[in-house]
Design a protein around this ligand. Structure first.
Ligand SMILES: [Zn+2]
Length: 418
């Protein structure tokens, strides 16, 4: 297939005209003129973006107290409609769902997919998983799914990962500090923010930064966290809701809807330091309204927000509105998350997977539950988006056309080539 009449953003953030040739699931040529093919798609002057890579999603999460309201097909279909072609979710080492069970659950995935491995210590099972090609460990500094962790185990994991060429993604929150601050507190959802001030993140980030050789701080929520990381060793992930929502949502009547860990704070503190961010992900958690409503008092709240469909369009909108270079948005949304995980996607380059998006910058639309395909509410109601995903191509096949799903083709499992 050839896609003609497209525009691509180059390294200098200039928009240039191009054509692209795809054979099977690969990009084979990018240039001014790439020859002929039986199948020609007219890009109609739209922007061609590399497919989005969402480094942090929780799809069909059934292993915590409150399960998410989605299934794999629903969340990954929403991802495609929003220009994300690869998602990286999570699996446990030796408890359910383990890697094989997660792979089985993702057989209906519309996007390509891979997994980070939750591990709080080293084990022979973890070695085997690394040998299979999954080399990113997710380390939780707060108790998660009944798993406790310690810094001495993080040191052991760091050595383990260093020898094997992977990296450690850390949920950095200071459990002890949060426990002390929340002791005896019951009531309004705003307590979630009050018991998790930015110091609870910064102190955890400082500890992680002292230990890791190759790591990623997940969902960095405080600007100061970005200042204290040694970015050569430890990269920073920011997520959509921390970049868009601010803490005033916790003054709302329905503040329990906006609960997420870490809480949203002051997006401008992150935007000021956007140069220090390496990837933008979502931490997507699809909880319907009734689920959030059933847990509306601290500490019985359900953290997590839906975002998988909106990351690419909203971040592009923010970059345009803020006059930031568009190529940086592409790095944060696609190139860097793919590079971090050793995946052959996320860039418009010869030899890479043909995971691509035609983005129509002439369209403007407003976010509501009627214009999106995630959950029965949205934290971004009324937000005006610049541009719309028109066509999505996964593994060389058109799966979204005219902003509609046109193929039930399934995605592939991707391995870390680190
Ligand atoms: Zn998460």
């Amino acid at each position: 297939m050839i896609i003609k009449n497209i525009k691509i953003v180059n390294k200098n953030s200039e928009v240039v005209e191009a054509e692209i040739k795809i054979e099977e699931n690969r990009i084979v040529k990018v240039g001014k003129s790439v020859g002929n093919s039986d199948m020609v798609l007219d890009g109609k002057g739209k922007l061609l973006l590399p497919g989005g890579v969402d480094n942090h999603v929780h799809i069909y999460k059934t292993y915590l107290k409150v399960p998410t309201s989605d299934d794999v097909k629903k969340s990954t279909s929403a991802a495609l409609l929003g220009g994300t072609t690869t998602v990286i979710d999570f699996a446990f080492v030796d408890r359910e769902p383990n890697l094989d069970q997660r792979i089985e659950q993702f057989k209906d995935s519309a996007t390509n997919y891979s997994f980070h491995i939750f591990a709080n210590t080293v084990s022979s099972e973890l070695s085997k998983i690394f040998e299979r090609g999954f080399k990113s460990v997710k380390f939780m500094m707060i108790e998660y799914a009944g798993l406790k962790s310690s810094l001495s185990d993080l040191i052991k994991l760091n050595e383990f990962v260093k020898e094997r060429g992977g990296y450690i993604m850390v949920h950095a929150e200071d459990e002890e500090l949060i426990k002390v601050l929340s002791e005896g507190k019951v009531g309004e959802p705003a307590l979630h923010l009050l018991t998790r001030p930015e110091e609870t993140e910064i102190s955890a980030v400082a500890r992680v930064n002292a230990i890791l050789d190759r790591g990623l701080i997940a969902h960095t929520s405080a600007g100061k966290s970005l200042d204290i990381i040694d970015h050569k060793r430890v990269k920073a992930e920011a997520v959509l809701h921390h970049l868009i929502l601010d803490k005033s949502v916790y003054d709302r009547k329905d503040s329990y809807m906006y609960v997420t860990s870490p809480p949203v704070r002051d997006p401008e503190e992150l935007w000021k330091r956007i140069d220090k961010v390496y990837v933008i992900a979502t931490d997507h958690n699809w909880f319907n309204k009734s689920v959030k409503e059933a847990h509306n008092q601290f500490p019985d709240l359900v953290p997590g927000l839906p975002g998988i469909e909106l990351r690419v369009p909203m971040i592009i909108t923010e970059f345009i509105k803020r006059g930031l270079p568009l190529h940086r948005a592409i790095e944060l949304l696609s190139e860097n998350p793919a590079r971090l995980n050793g995946l052959d996607t996320g860039a418009i380059k010869e030899g890479y997977r043909a995971d691509l998006v035609l983005y129509d910058l002439s369209k403007k639309w407003k976010i509501s539950i009627n214009t999106t395909h995630m959950a029965d509410w949205t934290p971004y109601e009324g937000y005006e988006v610049i541009g719309k995903v028109d066509t999505t191509i996964v593994n060389g096949e058109i799966v979204v056309e005219g902003s509609e799903i046109v193929s039930q083709k399934r995605g592939e499992l991707l391995y870390n080539n680190l």
